[in-house]
Ligand binder design. Structure first.
Ligand SMILES: NC(=O)c1ccc[n+]([C@@H]2O[C@H](COP(=O)([O-])OP(=O)(O)OC[C@H]3O[C@@H](n4cnc5c(N)ncnc54)[C@H](OP(=O)(O)O)[C@@H]3O)[C@@H](O)[C@H]2O)c1
Length: 244
């Protein structure tokens, strides 16, 4: 018996990076996985290697109609939903003094509003035993120069799990935040550059960045009944970066 046998999962941002690594791990553990993202080419590439127990739906977490379409497909094809990994996220640095309203809107639309509606719209399909995992970040607790919007948005995500653990009392649905540290993905490459990645690796007690599979493994733990007494937790998977 595998950890996620018979479970149905939605992973936003599931075509690349951490989301893709989690999709692979969920499939290995027996789940059926819907990945969701904006770029059709990235979805197609991911689906080609994920195989027949995965589906790809194109859309943005910032667009309510796209999320409605995602869950309509999940309902039509599987009838129910056990796991939501609200993982889609984005962020780039802008130093204090250069921050624009557009930069704030763009970051919060994806990381905060997108996370809220990804979860709220999933709830009618979920029931007891359900697990919601939100991707936070070590940036939600530490200070990082230039990351005002991103860090504040991830601090908001950290609170969502605590508030929703209250709102979900009595439903049997758990909600936790998984907060990665610096992880070797496209986002890290774009936001930090080669030099910034080296700096983050050297600041990390384990002296390296994470492989996305190391984050996917913890997502599978939080998705499964192995974490059945965990809700409202923030689980740091950051090589110690935000813990010292
Ligand atoms: N890498 C790190 O060091 C690190 C550290 C801490 C936390 N995180 C968090 O981990 C999560 C995954 O990021 P990653 O590092 O794996 O980078 P990534 O490979 O760039 O993944 C981000 C994913 O989110 C999707 N996405 C972005 N905006 C979206 C939107 N509006 N609607 C739907 N999907 C959207 C992207 O696909 P499309 O562009 O095709 O939509 C992409 O697949 C993010 O929440 C990020 O903040 C990353």
């Amino acid at each position: 018996m595998r950890k996620l046998d018979g479970k149905v999962a939605v992973i936003t941002g599931g075509a690349t990076g951490i989301g893709y690594a989690a999709a692979k791990r969920f499939l290995d553990e027996g789940a059926f996985v819907f990945i969701f993202g904006r770029r059709q080419d990235a979805l197609d590439t991911a689906l080609a290697s994920l195989g027949p127990s995965a589906r790809a739906i194109k859309g943005s977490v910032s667009n309510e109609a796209d999320l409605d379409r995602l869950y309509a497909v999940v309902k039509a094809e599987r009838g129910t939903l056990d796991i939501v990994f609200a993982n889609a996220g984005a962020g780039s640095p802008l130093p204090l003094g250069a921050i624009t309203p557009e930069h704030i809107d763009e970051t919060f639309d994806t990381n905060v509003k997108g996370t809220i509606f990804t979860v709220q719209k999933a709830l009618p399909l979920m029931g007891p035993g359900g697990s919601i995992i939100l991707t936070g970040s070590s940036a939600g607790t530490t200070g990082a120069p230039g990351f005002t919007a991103y860090s504040a948005s991830k601090a908001a995500v950290r609170n969502l799990a605590r508030t929703w653990a209250e709102d979900l009392k009595g439903t049997g649905i758990r909600v936790n935040v998984l907060s990665p540290g610096a992880t070797a993905t496209e986002l890290a490459k774009e936001a930090l550059g080669e030099e910034g990645q080296a700096v983050f690796a050297s600041m990390t007690p384990l002296q390296r960045m994470a492989d996305p599979a190391e984050i996917g493994a913890v997502a599978a733990f939080l998705a499964s009944s192995d974490s059945s007494f965990m809700t409202a937790s923030e689980v740091a998977v950051d090589g110690g970066l935000a813990q010292l």
